[in-house]
Write a protein that binds this ligand. Structure first.
Ligand code: ATP
Ligand code: MG
Length: 668
């Protein structure tokens, strides 16, 4: 704590001083979708700005009121307007003469297994699936669970639900039967759409058995709830088939009529329920509705990628099982009539350059991925990406975690270096959450100079701040809690079936001010730009200083031998808590040498000061991550404090915790 500060006004210490900036390339500025004038316009009249952005959509009945804030925090947007989400993502492009435009360049994991779908193809497929759903007794307000690999039918399955007003809940195909059952039961799904399997890491991996098992679990608590399972044949592998509940997609959907008239639903009609990643605890079922969500997804996708729908080829590597896949594979890009790549498999199948080959082959110009992927490529080195032509790139994005400055610079130079005619490719570091539905903060590529590691500022029409314990905005150079200070169109409407938890989790911390509490820590730099510092839960208190794990991790990653780092605060008899670091080395560093721990801890001391110097550094082969690629620090805290490791059900690889715990037991 700074001298004179009291416990109640202490804020996050501001440790790391990153000074590099990257100005937008001149060619991008010259034709940018968004300029400073848009920020000014939104600042003058936020609601008028969003009313204007809503005109990107086609409304069956226009709205007369933008925001209904009569019952906070249960806000309603464009509530008396009506529209159909699937019509907006598909049919209207066909009606506008763009039926032959490619919507999806689908790339299967096996080489040469590709398929292009135009908007007209999508319209036929979605119409057929909508008819099939209706023939299976699914209608408006019913819930459809989708448990699929990254194949076009997954998107068709989502849009078909939206088309008939059914609510979809997509469950990541890597989740267990238990996780699937919990979500199916929580949202009351009566139809499950799945496939026999999908391709992962060079082999067919089964999905249907997990559905069979999940149904048994759901039957035990909610008999008869799931009425039908619709199964896409993707791999052709043998699956159990129970004709009383199972139906093949290629029979039921393919034989249905490709004519279907979309009905208009109220703007506040629920579109989907998406469960959060579960990084910090039990996943929450986040409810999103139609009009406001689609408005902000479409606007931000167009603004943040500087989308030129006629010429750009867009690719987002997220899985549709995460909110990023919903907003930035399905709803944003398709509402905007974009052409995009959809890839089924893993980044390294059949070889390490697979992603870069896809960018080269399809001349991808807009690319969106996560820091975890960037760090894993950084670990492998520069040679693989250097052997591909990546000069088609114009804008590249990051989402999911704070991006370490070093990973940002690597991404910008090694992946983006040849883009924009050699001027380099701006990075949009987009901060948002399942709950926010769409991007809330990011530099815009034609306006804002990027700083490595900073999400910079709110998008036009969005209001965020960093506040202290009392809800008072902190000054420049200080840290605190990230809040959203006014409602936004794509905001969550509640936690499915639990309004009380919705109010408690997000709106009680700063009740008096009426701010949305995001659960993340952040700081403002000397220019007032915002840096997200990770979860408030992960903040540690070392001798009275509140330190963010993110800054110590970024200091470690700035060492040339380090690819990735996770830092946690462990109980310490002298300092209250002390940083403990788990580090993955770059391949070029070998085992790092005998004194690696000392080298790295001295590096942290020189980068940010003695207070942040880790008490212990462990070199590990992998880190515990959620299926969406986020580091689960609470498990590492258990190891550092020598406790039994907690709930690992949302871990991508539970075995990794045994390895780390065994390593910790033998290290000093
Ligand atoms: P749970 O809420 O169940 O613990 P989760 O928070 O991981 O899961 P998501 O909604 O997928 O679920 O993740 C949102 C969080 O991801 C944010 O609150 C933030 O911590 C982090 N995040 C996302 N994008 C960024 C970014 N650009 N910079 C920093 N942090 C980010
Ligand atoms: Mg969260």
């Amino acid at each position: 704590m700074t001298p004179g500060a009291t416990m109640s006004d202490e804020t996050l210490s501001n440790l790391l001083h990153e000074k590099r900036t990257f100005a937008p390339p001149a060619s991008l500025v010259a034709a940018a979708n968004v300029t400073q004038a848009d920020y000014d316009e939104a600042a003058r009249d936020r609601l008028a700005f969003w009313a204007k952005q809503a005109q990107r959509l086609t409304w069956a009945e226009p709205f007369t009121e933008v925001l209904d804030d009569s019952n906070p925090p249960f806000y309603r947007w464009f509530a008396d307007g009506k529209l159909n989400a699937a019509y907006n993502c598909v049919d209207r492009h066909v009606e506008a003469g763009k039926g032959d435009k490619v919507a999806l360049h689908w790339v299967g994991e096996p080489l040469e297994d590709t398929r292009d779908l135009t908007y007209a193809d999508l319209q036929r497929e979605v119409s057929k699936a909508a008819n099939a759903y209706e023939s299976l007794g699914v209608g408006a307000g019913d819930c459809v669970a989708i448990y699929m690999p990254m194949i076009p039918e997954a998107i068709v399955a989502m849009l078909a639900a939206a088309r008939i007003g059914a609510i979809h809940t997509v469950v990541f195909g890597g989740f267990s039967a238990e996780a699937l059952a919990a979500r199916v039961e929580d949202c009351g799904a009566k139809l499950i759409v799945t496939s026999d399997g999908g391709y992962r890491r060079g082999a067919a991996s089964a999905l249907k058995p997990a559905v069979d098992e999940a149904i048994q679990k759901v039957e035990a608590v909610s008999p008869g709830q799931v009425e039908n399972v619709l199964v896409v044949r993707r791999t052709g592998q043998e699956v159990a088939f129970d004709p009383s509940i199972d139906t093949w997609w290629h029979e039921t959907v393919d034989s249905a009529s490709d004519q279907h008239t979309p009905e208009a639903f109220e703007a506040e009609h629920p579109l989907y329920v998406m469960y959060t990643s579960g990084t910090t605890g039990k996943p929450k079922g986040i409810k999103h509705t139609t009009g406001g969500y689609l408005t902000q997804a479409a606007y931000t996708h167009w603004a943040q990628f500087d989308l030129k729908p006629e010429t750009d080829v867009y690719w987002c590597t997220a899985d549709i099982g995460w909110v990023t896949g919903h907003s930035y594979i399905v709803y944003g890009p398709l509402a905007n009539g974009a052409t995009q790549v959809l890839y089924e498999g893993t980044p390294d199948a059949p070889e390490r350059g697979r992603w870069w080959k896809i960018i080269q082959d399809y001349k991808v110009s807009l690319f969106y991925t996560a820091p975890t992927a960037i760090r894993s490529f950084m670990k492998q080195g520069d040679t693989v990406p250097a052997s591909y032509d990546l000069s088609s790139l114009r804008v590249i994005g990051s989402v999911g975690e704070p991006i370490n400055p070093e990973a940002y610079v690597w991404y910008r130079t090694v992946i983006g270096g040849s883009g924009n005619g050699g001027e380099g490719t701006p990075i949009i570091d987009t901060w948002w959450q399942t709950e926010t539905g769409a991007t809330m903060m990011t530099p815009l590529p034609g306006v804002t100079a990027g700083k490595p590691g900073s999400a910079m500022l709110a998008v036009p029409g969005i209001e965020v701040d960093v506040v202290n314990d009392e809800g008072v905005p902190v000054g420049d150079g200080q840290g605190g809690y990230l809040v959203v200070t006014s409602p936004w169109p794509s905001m969550l409407r509640t936690i499915w079936g639990d309004d009380e938890r919705y109010v408690d989790t997000y709106w009680s911390r700063f009740k008096e001010q009426g701010y949305y509490f995001a659960g993340d820590g952040a700081k403002k730099d000397e220019d007032g730009d915002i840096w997200v510092l990770g979860r408030v839960d992960d903040v540690m208190n070392v001798s009275g200083h509140r330190l963010s794990t993110t800054e110590i991790e970024s200091a470690l990653v700035s060492h040339p031998m380090v690819a990735e780092a996770a830092v946690v605060g462990a109980t310490d008899p002298d300092t209250g808590q002390a940083p403990v670091a788990y580090v993955i080395l770059r391949e070029s560093a070998g085992d790092g040498g005998a004194d690696i721990a000392k080298v790295l801890s001295d590096h942290v001391r020189s980068e940010i000061g003695p207070i942040a110097k880790p008490r212990q550094i462990m070199i590990v082969p992998e880190l515990p991550k959620t299926r969406s690629g986020k580091i689960m620090r609470r498990l590492l805290r258990d190891v550092a404090e020598k406790r039994v490791v907690g709930d690992t059900t949302t871990l991508a690889d539970a075995g990794i915790m045994d390895l780390i715990a065994a390593g910790a037991a033998t290290s000093t």
